[in-house]
Design a protein around this ligand. Structure first.
Ligand code: CP
Ligand code: NVA
Length: 306
């Protein structure tokens, strides 16, 4: 049966472990000059309806490096261009491709593609979630901290799509996740309640960044205004200012804390230049690991065992 990644709740802890293991192995082999071709003859379509550097290029490079072919479809295919129903496009693309990575606004649109395709559909970011980002970010946490359990992962900033995927990861993997968000910018209540309802992990939402980072092993931040919210940035700036990851905030955190950001970063807003470029920052490792994790995801989803 095909496997989709629409949200991280589509995955079990065993699925996550398989991705981590495969990505770490593929990264090691790639760095040793071994060029695996496990996706030879396969094609991945990419429908991207929002801008992307990292996700698009790392999925395309992952596909090409494993011997497969990425086909960038852009945003013309979704019904916007010719008003064609998604279910029609989805069925047509199923006959041409082995997998589909989609970045769009609406999670419902993604779900509709998944319902009407017979090939795996991968969420490459929606307004609600960014699941593949968080899978590869946990790989980076493993590399730097040796584990993802029994450590304190602290989200500081907007309760956005990336934070929602962290919440889902916490509910599947049993993470300790503390989210410090300004009042009125907490994560979606339904997503949070659903995750809390699983009774796995420890998920706490507060509005005090200083208190939140005290025992942090990992501090994670993201833009104050996500794609589609750009016009809100000027009104948000004032509310979000105390949530900037800067040297003063880091003074409240343990010395060995790592700082993460999915990028693109806005220096002087959610993170200072000094911290982004400083010794605690692992953002370049994060962006590199997207390549290796996307290889693992494609290798596993596009080469199903049964
Ligand atoms: N982190 C991330 O998804 O970056 P892009 O928007 O450039 O793909
Ligand atoms: N929250 C950001 C993530 C970008 C990778 C956005 O949706 O714009």
């Amino acid at each position: 049966m095909k496997k989709n990644i629409l949200t991280l709740l589509d995955l079990t802890a065993e699925d996550f472990e398989a991705f981590f293991e495969r990505a770490i192995e593929l990264k090691k082999r790639f760095k040793n000059g071994i060029r695996d071709k496990s996706l030879a003859g396969k094609t991945l379509g990419l429908i991207f309806d929002k801008p992307s550097i990292r996700t698009r290029v790392s999925f395309e490079a992952a596909m090409a490096q494993l011997g497969g072919t990425p086909i960038f479809i852009g945003a013309e295919a979704p019904r916007m261009a010719r008003n064609e129903p998604v279910r029609d496009i989805a069925r047509v693309l199923s006959n041409y491709l082995d997998g589909l990575a989609i970045r769009t606004y609406s999670q419902d649109l993604l779900d509709e593609f998944a319902e009407f395709t017979s090939i795996p559909v991968i969420n490459a970011l929606t307004d609600l979630y960014h699941p593949c980002q968080v899978i590869s970010d946990i790989m980076t946490v493993i590399e730097h901290k040796g584990r993802y359990k029994d450590i304190n992962i602290v989200w500081v900033g907007d309760g956005n799509n990336v934070s929602h995927s962290w919440i889902n990861a916490a509910a599947v993997l049993g993470l300790n996740l503390n989210l410090a968000c300004p009042e009125g910018y907490s994560p979606d209540r339904q997503i949070l309640e659903n995750a809390l309802g699983k009774g796995v992990g420890k998920i706490v939402v507060t509005s005090d960044p200083v208190e939140a980072v005290k025992d942090a092993d990992v501090i994670y931040t993201d833009t104050w205004a996500s794609m589609g919210q750009e016009r809100e940035l000027s009104s948000r700036r004032h509310v979000f200012e105390p949530f900037q990851i800067n040297k003063a905030l880091l003074k409240n955190a343990p010395d060995d804390v790592i700082v993460m950001h999915c990028l693109p970063a806005h220096r002087g807003n959610e993170i200072s230049e000094e911290v982004l470029e400083g010794p605690r920052s692992v953002v370049w490792d994060q962006s590199e690991n997207k390549l290796h994790m996307h290889k693992a995801i494609l290798d596993i989803l596009l080469n199903p065992k049964t």
